[in-house]
Design a binder for this molecule. Structure first.
Ligand code: FES
Length: 110
């Protein structure tokens, strides 16, 4: 899988997501980046429940593990695995991308 540069680490503010559009095989893919506890996570920017944008309606925290809480209907998704809970049931997974930081830049393995 190729590494694609998505951002500089200094552009990311703790707990505040940004959405980047990267080209993968000639196709444009939207990916949300968020820095929590000094680590960078990458995920699809749409909530798996009803597709509301998580960069707008998500609250991000690393308490008890990195996660996003969607404020539309209060679903919760883990940012390292994509596993989710919605109304105390297992929810569809959030698509997670592998992100790595090298020399101050965030790369995605796509
Ligand atoms: S749209 Fe996110 S929990 Fe419903």
């Amino acid at each position: 899988m190729p590494l694609v540069e998505a951002a500089r680490v200094e552009e990311l503010v703790e707990g505040r997501p940004v959405v980047r559009h990267v080209s993968v095989g000639g196709r444009l893919v939207s990916i949300m980046l968020v820095k929590l506890g000094g680590r960078v996570y990458a995920a699809e920017p749409l909530c798996p429940h009803a597709r509301w944008p998580l960069d707008v309606f998500g609250t991000f925290t690393d308490r008890g593990g990195a996660k996003v809480v969607c404020r539309m209907h209060w679903g919760v998704w883990e940012l390292d695995t994509g596993r989710g809970r919605f109304a105390s049931k297992e929810a569809p997974r959030l698509k997670i991308y592998e992100a790595e930081v090298r020399e101050g830049r965030v790369y995605l393995r796509l």
